[in-house]
Unconditional design. Sequence first.
Length: 842
Amino acid sequence: MERYDPAAIEPRWREWWEERHLHHTDLSDTARKCYALVMFSYPSGDRLHIGHWYSYVPADAWARMRRMQGWNVFEPVGFDAFGFPAENYAIKHNAHPADFTEKNMEYMRYQLRLMGAMYDWEREVVTCHPDYYKWTQWLFLELFKAGLAYRKNAPVNWCPKDESVLANEQVTPEGRCERCGTPVTKRDLTQWFFKITAYADRLLEGLDRIDWPEKTKALQRNWIGRSEGAEIRFEVEGHPGKEIEVFTTRPDTLFGATYLVLAPEHPLVDEITGAVHQYEVDEYRDRARRMTEIERTSTVKEKTGEFTGAHALHPLTGERVPIWIADYVLLSYGTGAIMGVPAHDQRDLDFANAFGLPVRRVIAQPGDPPDAEDGAVTLQVAEDEDGVLVNSGRFSGMPAAVARQEITHELERLGKGRAAVKTKMRDWLISRQRYWGAPIPIIHCPRCGEVPVPLEDLPVRLPYDVDFSLGEGGLSPLGRSESFRHVRCPRCGGHAERDLDTMDTFVDSSWYFLRYLSAHDDGRAFDPAVVNAWCPVDMYVGGVDHATMHLLYARFFIKALFDLGHVGFDEPFRSLRHQGQITRGGAKMSKRWGNVVAPEEYIPRHGTDALRLYLLFGFTFEQGGDWEDTGLHGAFRFLQRVWRMALQSATPPPTATPDGNRGEARRALERARHYAIAHATQDFERFQFNTAVSRIMELVNAAYQFAGGWSAAAGAAGGTADPADVRLFRSVVEDVIRLLAPATPHLAEELWHRLGNEGSILDAGWPVHDPALLAEDEVTVVIQVDGKLRDEMRVTRDLGEGEVRQRAVSHGRIPGLLGNRDVAQVVVVPNRLVNIVTRARG
RNA sequence: GCCGCGGUGGCGGAACUGGUAUACGCACGUGACUCAAAAUCACGCGCCCGCGAGGGCUUGAGGGUUCGAAUCCCUCCCGCGGCACCA
């Protein structure tokens, strides 16, 4: 029999598909549309490895199943070609990013084709091409005109060794530069921001409407970090009209505030600091400024601080409270000032204990002994749970939750505060002082200010011939190009300068899934009619590492475009799935460790299909795991088995005598077939590819067993076979091939044609199971209660003992056979009898 | 510290809504075929005791609910990921 030789058949089918434009989607047919999207790759110099395949292959398998089910599937692909990785690679290798990006994409296209995915290459999108970034720039201007893009001076991450600003995402969780490991400091620069904070509430609310992993939603909620509370104003003693505004989530503890703390950089510090304290305060502020992020935010650090000499007046009691500065208060959150409530906040307690400030309990638990008259207590552990107010004037006795409202109302009445909501999330800083990105389409005119580049002048092209090396202290490389820099103001015609920064690469990737749908439209970013018909994306597959970056930004972008009337939906991705990570030798794959699994190495011998099958079968999709060559061999062996089985069914022995003993065998195979179809389908839909494949393997095993019996029977009958056996075997083989088609498209296509079928297997339809057949094989089970025959029920023959037991008990309850007695014990004789032993209730 | 996810054979991993724990595969063992090997096919394979029939134990640990728990509840331990002085 001819051997299974993937190298001989796979390239042929890929050509066949391409010649027929089989994967080119007709976007005008939207009746059963299905938009299947994967996160596109960076052509940053590294080739695609098995980790990339691990997200692309399952996404493609899912899309293929959908296509076979009759959906009009759109599965595009492209490249996220701008960004730091490519630029850094270019600097290191003394190459131009525009040149080697093209070369890398060329190789990656070859790799992606090798995978045999259903990509619609005719709609490829490359973010660094002017016909793409022209529209990125247009979208920037739309946000600018809507007031959602603005410029302000802000502290940004700065790496002293690289003399360069860094994106937030290029700072490690330890606060170090991702590339050189140097601790990152802050630097003030004027930057462009997108007003993502204006969408905080809607970004939270939208999470309830989308089919995303709970983990990812939790990450976004956590990142947005919404807290409700109150802003409270304290008058500064001796400075009439000067007030310090603090933010707290616990206005109910207001009577326990025994001091205030300002962030060291707080603008009021200079104005209120007393002369006697000026030297120490300045000293402290200098120290705080010089500290790195790591030191500053270390939670193990002892509390430090400095008294300003000033006092504030408690808004409700008029009591004098000292004003301190301390670096545990951050200027960037809330109002940059807090009220210290040491009894009910651990950080405040640590601070109070370090500096001998009073601790006053204002929340008590029922049963607590009464405190001293003014609530003074000595604590090591703050009491931060809710309780009942004490030592709080007329609010004493109120539950904390009620007091939060009441005290806030009282402050509002007095004009001393109001309810407020704060988020941890900051506005999205999109300027980059780097070369390899989309230029920001703004012209700075000495007379007219920030002037948008007119649409007819877009794109603002990135000049090729620019020195983009680092080393000038964070000055934008585009500033070195005189011809780029100098420009006439579109408004007044006078001399003006272009904005010299480029956009964060995450701006490019916030809308690429819209451009796929209008990839060649020169007149607009996208066609709203097409986009509204095809979006939101039905299934989005990619790494969880983008949870609080790309996935948040894209959601913001779509909400903004919705508000501006450009799109008719406000969530971009209806369903989202994350792949796990494939490791090798227990370690993350990296060139440095030399443990990268390159698909090209395995394909000549085992084929793309075996590789695809192994990735689907060998791991739990969201979990990933360690690569093992033996697993790939196993997948390959299974495909050989399928191959032999299919060829055998294509050349059956002569049929003659019907064999009366084969009925039960056929029934069993028929049940196995419908069981496999039902479960494989459901598992594919749920991204449970490993179990989907195992169901198919079971069916193959059952078919083999069946064929074994048939061969023996044929032998006994003198070399002929029962025609019903031959027909059934053949049709089961066809179902196996169809079920395997999402996983192993080339093999499926080959076998499909060898069995004499025309056209692509993609159009062959997806097998459908017959629930009646699975349920038909029923037996009667007798139900006894305390040994007396009471009823009967019908169950399927293959039901397990436990299931029979459960059904008997619920069956007994529903007609009230058990009266008001409890079940004490259930004895089951499988498929025959169930005896329920009861006992008096209670 | 907080949030999320996880802990099941030698290994990857199954188990729907609480109902035969260990599906499917890998590795391993035995046998068939072969001069031999590979490949293939058949059978076995959680752990412990037992020649055997058989018995006992088992889903990180300990408790609880239930006729019945890998699954639900409580208290811990360990691993991974995220956030982290966010008031």
